[in-house]
Design a protein around this ligand. Sequence first.
Ligand code: ATP
Length: 376
Amino acid sequence: MTVAIEVVDLCKRFAETVALDGVSFEVPDGEVLSLLGPSGCGKTTTLRSIAGLETPDDGIIRIGGAEVVRKGRNVPPEERGLSMVFQQYALWPHLDVKGNVMFGPLMRHKGKAEAHERAKRALEMVKLWHQRDRRIAQLSGGQQQRVALARALALEPKVVLLDEPLSNLDAKLREETKLELMELQRALGFTAVYVTHDQGEALSLSDQIVILNDGRIEQIGAPEEIWSDPASRFVAEFIGDSNTFDGVLEPTRPGEPGLVLRTTSGMRLVTNLRGPFGPGDEITAFVAFDDVVITETGDTARHNVVAGHVRLTSFQGYSSLAMIEVGDVVVTARVPSRSRLREGAAVSVGIPPDAMKCFGVHNGRQAVDGTVAAVG
Ligand code: ATP
């Protein structure tokens, strides 16, 4: 595996604000890495540091093996061999579509014929060649975003940095452009670092996801890993749609697989937890909407099956969200829309112990086998 980008212990402060605090990761050649996290967590600062638009206070960045950042050394952006696509596309309003895309290759002394060829290829890729003579102001936001993408691709870069490149598109166009971007990346084989706060985008586009929180990395992993095995409470809260159950652990009764969580609302939930956690410890369990099992009433053969009433259903296409009242709490489940749950109907709500992702109140970590690896 060749490493295209290496970021080692990156630190950056803006006055009192610590924007990055020891951020390290590697992007293998030809892979897509997403930086994901809430607003202000340091995504853009990381990307801009790789681009050369920000000077980190500390840390090392290597691109294609060459050191571009180290204390006292900051190679200018144009010498880093990167292409960038930003949220604000910064297109030239006085040039037409083709002119905007040819601009980069021309600046790099490629000659008019070559620049034209590259612009044609790039605009065909984003399906805008037929609009090549249009002024930028005559294009929709989505089309402008595609021109920005074509402009980056026309440089035939090895590495593309993308900062929320789909943010201004409506839902349908965003989905289409996302798929096109994935195809383009596979076809052209460039390495990409992709900034987004949209978990769906990060999950579908990336080979690896870096979850940032307050300038620090919470988890690095493949999308499936982050989805099914969040390393911290923060990740569990940020990724996926989950019910949250806070409470205190109680001893297990015979036949129960793990410790029992007595929730603050009085529910008794058998978990799969053993290990360093013990009775009296405060924990939070996250249970994805998809993992809650709704069945007809009377099914009490398994652990954690309680009776409830459907308070509300919200149609979402193939699936619906069902809010089920269980005593004083509401448990949300994703159910197939064809199950046609009626509001007010009596149902059984099942919470499988293996579906519970449990964390100590201080961001404890849960190992894959359900035991707790570390409690912070
Ligand atoms: P968003 O999703 O809102 O763009 P982000 O995760 O990209 O957020 P950054 O833009 O990297 O976050 O900002 C990280 C922190 O650094 C924030 O607290 C931000 O306010 C601060 N920050 C970023 N740039 C500057 C600047 N030029 N001057 C002062 N503070 C800054």
